[in-house]
Design a protein around this ligand. Structure first.
Ligand code: BTN
Length: 328
């Protein structure tokens, strides 16, 4: 159904200056008047401003920043990532949708992209929720089937952070840091997070769903997030294009994955190290399940684990966890 609503929105964007007859829209889309009215309502709920009703005709009163596949598909510069695409106005969670697709046992193409304008149950790391304000952020999941051993899976999430870092810096000129393992920070506040959900056996990854949430045009955050979260709009002082960032991110990520497959872990380890102030010499406190490791970071090991030197002089290698405190 969302694909049909995309068609409706595309038709409206092609006729911005005039009201398009509801009669004609319904006929072109092959639906009844009541279905058309329902879809218009769904667009309005997603933040799209549409004036009028079925008998007077409909007119967009503001160009919506919706990630319309009709608009950005022709501009994709990738071979795999985003070539198969699902676009939702609202979904529970793009990761959950991807897992449902994979769970049905049908063949899901490598690089399948699921995009949502908003999520009703966006998932964060450590069982948290991800704040997913409509039409303001990038909320996406990519289905990856990397032909590497499961021990190297963390490198893919580090690579995803590098790709998003590069796409954001290129488009905004903002200074972006990567907080281990894959949060993006601007001025010490979180602007993006990633959630990888993986199915693997001992020697093979069946799939990895890479979920990415980027705060792009949020102008305000709920009270509990306001002190720690920011958006590109808040950090730069003006709205940013989700489409441009998305196109660059997909291109960067595909390029990095290709180089990783031919060049090995060092490709990602070195790129991540170049862009993260957390790689070396940073005093941190990291929670990993029930244990807490305090110390100074000493780079990534060959498979992407973070090395932390404790005050006892021991070097711990961390494969997952969360940096709870760090020196600014
Ligand atoms: C984090 O806690 O830092 C990870 C946040 C990941 C959020 C994204 S939004 C798109 C994708 N779908 C989800 O349900 N979560 C991820």
């Amino acid at each position: 159904m969302d694909r049909k609503i995309d068609e409706l929105l595309f038709a409206l964007t092609q006729n911005m200056t005039i009201a398009v007859s509801g009669e004609k829209l319904a006929r072109d889309l092959g639906v009844s008047h009541s279905t058309l009215a329902r879809w218009i309502e769904k667009l309005r709920n997603a933040g799209v401003e549409v004036r009028g009703e079925i008998f007077t005709g409909y007119r967009l009163t503001r160009v919506p920043d919706v990630l319309l596949p009709q608009v950005f598909r022709p501009r994709l510069r990738t071979h795999r990532l985003g070539r198969t695409l699902y676009h939702f106005y609202s979904v529970d969670s793009t990761n959950a949708f991807a897992l449902r697709l994979l769970g049905r046992g049908q063949n899901v193409a490598e690089g399948t992209l699921i995009l949502a304008e908003s999520q009703t149950a966006g998932r964060g790391r450590m069982g948290r929720q991800w704040h997913s304000e409509p039409e303001s952020g990038l909320y996406l999941s990519l289905v990856l089937k990397p032909e590497v051993p499961p021990t190297l899976a963390p490198l893919i999430t580090l690579g995803c952070a590098v790709a998003l870092h590069n796409a954001v810096e290129k488009n905004t000129r903002l200074d972006v840091d990567i907080k281990w393992p894959n949060d993006l920070l601007i001025g010490g506040k979180k602007v993006a997070g990633m959630l990888a959900e993986i199915q693997a056996d001992l020697d093979r990854i069946h799939f990895l769903v890479m979920g990415v949430g980027l705060n792009v045009n949020h102008s305000v955050f709920p009270e509990d997030l306001a002190a720690t979260a920011t958006s590109l709009r808040l950090a730069s002082g003006h709205a940013q294009s989700r489409v441009e960032i998305l196109l660059d991110f997909l291109e960067q990520f595909e390029g990095l994955l290709d180089r990783f497959h031919t060049g090995g872990p060092e490709v990602i380890v070195s790129e991540w190290t170049r862009h993260s102030s957390f790689a070396n010499g940073k005093r941190v406190e990291i929670a990993d399940g029930s244990r807490v490791v305090e110390g100074v970071t000493r780079g990534l090991n060959a498979v992407g684990a973070l090395r932390v030197e404790t005050s006892a002089g021991r070097v711990e290698e961390l494969y997952s966890g969360e940096v709870r405190k760090w020196e600014r």
